[in-house]
Structure formats: C-alpha cells, structure tokens
Design a protein around this ligand. Structure first.
Ligand code: SF4
Length: 310
C-alpha cells in the first residue's frame, strides 16, 4: 500500500492527492505512521522547503518512518527534495514509475480552486529539457508519467509526445487538451500507454458552469468518444467533486447518470471543501450530511458497476 505524507501548501496537498490516486494509496498525517501495519509499505514524503522549519519537519518524517518501518520504501519528493539530490537518486532508483513535471501554474480560476491564487505563473519546460530528464532515468524506471498543474497551458504536447522513447502517459489532462491532432500523435507513438485521466468534476452542465469549467457534458462526451475512436481499449479515469455549493439533488443525479454513460474505469471522488479566496468559498454551502450521502451514493454506483464488469 502507498502512503503519502503531505507537508506545506495546498498545491503540495493537491500533488499528494495526485500521487495517492495514481498508486491507489492514501494521504496520511505524521501521527498515522506508527499505526500502519503493512509489512513493506511504500511512503511518499511530499516535502516543503518554504522555511527551514518546514524542511526540517519533512525530513523528520523520514526518520520516523525508518524507525517504525525499517523495510519501507521511502520516496522523498517535493520542494525540499530539490536540495536532496543524493537521497532523490536513491529513491528514484527504487521506482518503476517516474513522475516528470512538465508544466506549472494555472489561470483558469475554477470557482472552487485555490491554485490560480498561489500558482498563477505559467511555466512550461522546453521539450529538450524534458527529453533529457527522461533519458537520465535509471533503467529500473519503466514508465514515465508526465504531469503538470494544467496541461492545457503546455504548448508542446504534440512535439514532446512525438519524441518520447519510453512507455509514458499523462498524469491528468483537461478536456481541452484532447484534440484530434494530439490523439493522432499519441497513436503514432507505440510507447504511449492509453491511460487517460480527463478531469470532469461534474456531470451536470449547470454545476459545470457554476464551477467556471469551460465545457459542457456534450463536449466532454465528444472528447471521450474521440479517445475511444483512436484507442478502443483506453483506460479512462476522472475526478468528481461532490457537494459543490449550488449542486441540487437533481444536479447530482445528472452527474450519476453521466458517469454511467461514460463508463469510467476509475472515478476519484472529492467531497467539496471550501477554499478561502475562491468564488465558491462565498457561496452558501450544502450540509456535510448531504455531501456524505451523495458520496456514498456515488461509491455504491461505482461499486455496482465494477461488480457488473467482473
Ligand atoms: S484547471 Fe481549475 S481545477 Fe485545475 S488547477 Fe486550474 S483552476 Fe484549479
């Protein structure tokens, strides 16, 4: 089982959630370390270096893990790891999958999301740089996962995808990234693994609009159909936010219905939680009890669908 310890800002938390989701793991806090019973757990410590105190805290977690879980694999990632090349190399050497960040920042201002307020600067790594990092991976790394905050802003998706000579896929894609040209490029590169995580967030047009997401369910469905045209056996996953403030029972039922239509391989559920500064923070929240009921309803739909697929 994979356990992700998060330190630092909301963006780190977002990345920790992403890591946990990719490995079917969970995000935990320091006090959970000693409660874990796995014989050989895998830990990611998503570190922070904003102050020396924060950096010290992230490193302290590593010593606690070593104390309670001497057989654990420890992956020290995040900001403080940039000063820890030696440790990082040792970690990477144990990993079969390597996350490579190709883009940072977002200015989309989805109404629930804090990221544009703290990472508004858009940075895109150049293709040669990314290819060099891929080339430098140790032989044990079998798969490259290309990640970013919002890959819609990454202008070299096609050029990069054409030139990767190791098995790879993208950590997460916004619907707008899915174009005919992009899929053709991916299709032409036999190293591409057809795993598509395409963020949906809601299957209701009214809620999508209130979330300030810039697509409709019909447009999203068209993107998924296009993916399946090029990759009929593609694995398709998504994120869903449950309990957005304006989400009514009818809106939520629309989401359930839409999820059934798409027939995802995996849905990551995020119960809505208000983030200060965001537009949704000022909206009247719905109760935790309603959110929990909806989460349970969605989980049971996904469970029943999975049982049918077996
Ligand atoms: S696209 Fe929306 S949810 Fe994703 S990082 Fe940007 S603002 Fe946040």
């Amino acid at each position: 089982m994979v356990y992700v310890l998060n330190y630092g800002c909301r963006v780190n938390y977002y990345e920790s959630e992403q890591i946990a989701a990719k490995f079917n793991g969970v995000v935990i806090v320091e006090k959970d370390i000693k409660k874990i019973k796995d014989a050989e757990p895998v830990f990611f410590v998503n570190s922070c270096a904003i102050t020396s105190k924060a950096e010290k805290g992230s490193r302290y977690a590593v010593s606690i893990i070593k104390k309670y879980h001497p057989n654990a694999e420890i992956n020290f990632v995040g900001c403080a790891s940039k000063h820890q090349n030696k440790l990082n190399n040792a970690i990477i050497a144990k990993r079969e999958k390597a996350f490579i960040k190709i883009q940072d920042g977002c200015a989309d201002f989805c109404s629930y999301c804090i990221i544009p307020y703290i990472r508004s600067k858009i940075c895109c790594r150049n293709v040669a740089d990314v290819l060099a990092e891929i080339k430098a991976q140790p032989p044990v790394v079998k798969t490259i996962i290309l990640s970013g905050i919002n890959l819609t802003y990454y202008k070299h998706l096609n050029e990069l995808s054409q030139n990767i000579n190791k098995p790879f896929y993208f950590g997460s894609l916004e619907p707008n990234c899915i174009t005919k040209d992009f899929l053709e490029v991916l299709h032409a590169n036999s190293n591409f693994i057809p795993n598509f995580h395409v963020c949906l967030q809601s299957g209701c047009d009214e809620t999508l609009s209130n979330m300030n997401r810039h697509y409709t369910t019909a447009e999203y469905l068209a993107k998924i159909n296009l993916i399946r045209k090029y990759f009929p056996t593609a694995r398709i996953s998504t994120d869903i936010i449950v309990g957005f403030p304006t989400e009514t029972d009818i809106n939520f039922d629309r989401t359930l219905h839409f999820i059934k239509i798409i027939n995802f391989d995996k849905v990551h559920i995020f119960p809505f939680s208000p983030r200060p500064k965001t537009a949704a923070f000022l909206m009247k929240p719905i109760t935790n009890r309603i959110i929990k009921n909806r989460v349970d309803k969605l989980k049971s739909l996904l469970y029943n669908d999975n049982e049918k697929k077996k």
